[in-house]
Write a new protein. Structure first.
Length: 292
C-alpha cells in the first residue's frame, strides 16, 4: 500500500479497488463510509485487524452478503450486536472472551453461522440463548462443557463445532447426542463404548477425526448411526470393526488408515461411500514371511 495508515478510509478503499491483493487484516479501524464502499468488493471480508467498531460501521458491514471475519474485536456493544442481526452469512467474532446475555440474545438472531471460538466457558443460561441461532455455532474454544449446557444446546438445529473438547464423559455424550445437527468433536482422542452407543442415536454428520483407535464395540455402535461419519484419524481397523462400519450407509471418512489385514480391507471396501487413502494390506502370506 502507498499509505501505512492503519485506518481504512475512502482513500484506502480506492487503493484496494485497484489492488485486491491488499491484506484487509492490516487495518485497525474502519470509517463508516469506507465500510459502506467495501462490502461489495469481496465475497468474504477478513477484517481481523479491527480493534474497534462503531455502530455506523457495523451497520454498513452488515450489508455484506458473505462471511464477515472480525476476530480482532475483544468486545462489542449491544448496539453493534443489534446491527449484525441483518447480516446474511457467517459472522466470526472469536476475539470475544465473554458475552452478556443481552448481547448473546441479539447475536443469536443473526441469520447465519456464528463463530465464538474465544469463549472458554458456556454456562447453561448462555447456552440456552445461543441455541436459538439459525446457523452453525462454532464453539471450538471450549475445553469443557457442563451437561446442563449440552442439554440446552439440544434446541439448536444446525451445525455445532466443539473441537476444543479433548475428552467426553458418557453422560455428556448422551446429552450431546440429542443435538439435531452435525457435530464437530475432532478434538476427542478416545471415546468409550457407551459414548459411541449414545452417538449411534444422533442422526447427522459426526466428526471424530481425532480418534486414532476404535474398539470393536464402538465401531459396532457407530456403524448403526445415520449421517456422515468422519474417522480420518484411525490408523487401522480390526476385521470385526471393519465389518461393523461397512453396515454404515452414509459417507465414511477413513483417510488416515495406514494398514489393515486383508479380511478387514475386504470388509470395509464393501461400504458404499467410504473414502480411504493408500492403505497397506497385510495378507497372511506377508505375515508368515515376516515371521521367517
Amino acid at each position: 500500500m502507498k499509505t501505512s495508515s492503519k485506518i481504512l478510509d475512502l482513500t484506502a478503499v480506492e487503493e484496494i479497488r485497484s489492488d485486491r491483493s491488499i491484506d484487509l487484516n492490516h487495518f485497525r479501524e474502519i470509517e463508516p463510509k469506507a465500510a459502506a464502499s467495501i462490502v461489495n468488493l469481496f465475497e468474504d471480508l477478513n477484517l481481523n485487524g479491527l480493534r474497534n467498531l462503531s455502530v455506523e460501521s457495523a451497520q454498513a458491514l452488515a450489508r455484506h452478503d458473505g462471511d464477515l471475519c472480525l476476530n480482532g474485536l475483544k468486545s462489542i456493544s449491544l448496539e453493534v450486536a443489534l446491527a449484525f442481526e441483518n447480516h446474511i452469512g457467517n459472522l466470526h467474532l472469536s476475539g470475544l472472551k465473554s458475552l452478556t446475555l443481552e448481547t448473546a440474545r441479539s447475536l443469536a438472531r443473526h441469520p447465519g453461522g456464528l463463530g465464538l471460538r474465544g469463549l472458554t466457558k458456556l454456562p447453561p443460561p448462555l447456552a440456552k440463548i445461543l441455541s436459538q441461532l439459525n446457523g452453525t455455532l462454532y464453539l471450538g474454544g471450549l475445553t469443557e462443557l457442563p451437561v446442563e449446557s449440552a442439554e440446552a444446546l439440544t434446541q439448536h438445529i444446525c451445525g455445532l463445532g466443539l473441537r476444543g473438547l479433548k475428552s467426553i464423559s458418557d453422560e455428556l455424550a448422551v446429552a450431546l447426542a440429542k443435538h439435531r445437527g452435525g457435530m464437530h468433536l475432532g478434538g476427542l482422542t478416545e471415546i468409550s463404548d457407551n459414548a459411541a452407543k449414545a452417538f449411534a442415536t444422533q442422526s447427522d454428520g459426526l466428526h471424530l477425526g481425532g480418534l486414532t483407535s476404535l474398539s470393536d464395540r464402538a465401531a459396532e455402535a457407530l456403524g448403526q448411526r445415520q449421517g456422515d461419519l468422519h474417522l480420518g484419524g484411525l490408523k487401522t481397523l480390526t476385521e470385526k470393526a471393519a465389518k461393523s462400519l461397512a453396515n454404515h450407509q452414509w459417507v465414511l471418512i477413513l483417510t488416515g488408515l495406514e494398514s489393515m489385514t486383508e479380511p478387514a480391507h475386504q470388509a470395509i471396501t464393501k461400504h458404499p461411500h467410504v473414502a480411504m487413502g493408500n492403505v497397506r494390506v497385510e495378507s497372511k502370506a506377508n505375515k508368515k514371511s515376516k515371521k521367517k
